[in-house]
Design a protein around this ligand. Structure first.
Ligand code: HEM
Length: 273
């Protein structure tokens, strides 16, 4: 669990990039008796600059951020574990953490740093023409067996990962509405894999539902694993190696689309890192 951030400046107190902005950071440093105090100093659509003040002994468990991040230490000492490597934090240390790099932090003494988050625009993953052709060719069979596949998917997922059950409305599972919605989404994706723009409205609706249900990026591999297994179980001989390879790639692309959309929705509903 991440340590709770005890306070954020309200939007009104956060500088906007239209105005020039100067702050004497030493005057803003304020340590809580335990945990973290953070202030957003400045933000725009691409970047966010925050002051973090961690009480001695505070730990932030390993996590990732989809944005590039820089830590600039102002005072205090601590340890940053970045992609498995320990980095000693002390005044003047500057660390760049690429997007999605796992990191964990511990304050040894009261520790203050500026965290700069900047938008990371990964090169859009190109889906190979072969994958597009194979996925499109599976659309009719997915239409025919869609609900059987998604019902099986939830069966596998709830058995193997029972902890995700709490996020679902189990009555929508029992009466088949959720498996039917997922089957429609998977079928729509198969037919529009070469024109993702056409799926924008659908992706937006699902992404908002996901944010309401607190779906996290690290849960996508779970759904992917269970969906691919369900496709195999239901389609049997029709689930050739070629088909499974194409759907593995296609699922990853769709998962990225959702993760990015959901990230932006989470950002607009929270001021904190
Ligand atoms: C690419 C993968 C995914 C697709 C295509 C997908 C599709 C959908 C669809 C179509 C809905 C119904 C939205 C509505 O009611 O309008 C939904 C809801 C939901 N999804 Fe996903 N989803 C995906 C990944 C995930 C992941 C990774 C999780 C995490 C466990 C998840 C959890 C949920 C939850 C909790 C709901 C609400 C269902 C309920 O109310 O019972 N989904 N999803």
């Amino acid at each position: 669990m991440n340590t709770a951030i005890t306070s954020c400046l309200s939007k009104a107190e956060t500088a906007t990039p239209k105005n020039s902005f100067t702050a004497t950071l030493q005057d803003l440093i304020e340590y809580p008796t335990s945990g973290i105090f953070s202030k957003v100093l400045l933000k725009d659509n691409n970047s966010q600059y925050s002051l973090f003040c961690l009480a001695a002994g505070t730990k932030i468990d390993e996590h990732t951020s989809p944005r590039n991040a820089v830590i600039t230490v102002l005072e205090g000492t601590g340890n940053l574990n970045l992609e498995g490597k320990d980095i000693a934090l002390a005044p003047g240390v500057f660390v760049f953490m690429p997007a999605n790099a796992p990191h964990a932090l511990q304050a040894k003494a009261n520790l203050a740093f500026v965290l700069t988050l900047s938008e990371h625009s990964p090169a859009k993953r190109e889906i190979s023409q072969q994958t597009i052709d194979i996925v499109k060719s599976t659309a009719p069979i997915l239409k025919q067996h869609g609900q059987k596949i998604t019902t099986r998917m939830y069966e596998i997922m709830f058995r193997k990962y029972p902890e995700v059950k709490a996020q679902f409305d189990m009555s929508a599972q029992a009466n088949g509405t959720q498996p039917a919605k997922l089957a429609t989404a998977v079928y729509s994706y198969a037919t529009h894999i070469d024109n993702l723009e056409a799926l924008k409205v659908m992706v937006d609706k699902i992404a908002h539902r996901h944010v309401q249900a607190h779906v996290l990026p690290e849960q996508y591999p779970i759904v992917g694993e269970c969906l691919l297994q369900a496709i195999k179980d239901v389609l049997r001989n029709a689930a050739t190696e070629e088909v499974m390879t194409a759907w593995t790639e296609a699922y990853q692309v769709l998962a990225e689309v959702f993760i990015n959309r959901e990230y932006h929705i989470y950002q607009t509903t929270s001021d904190c890192h």
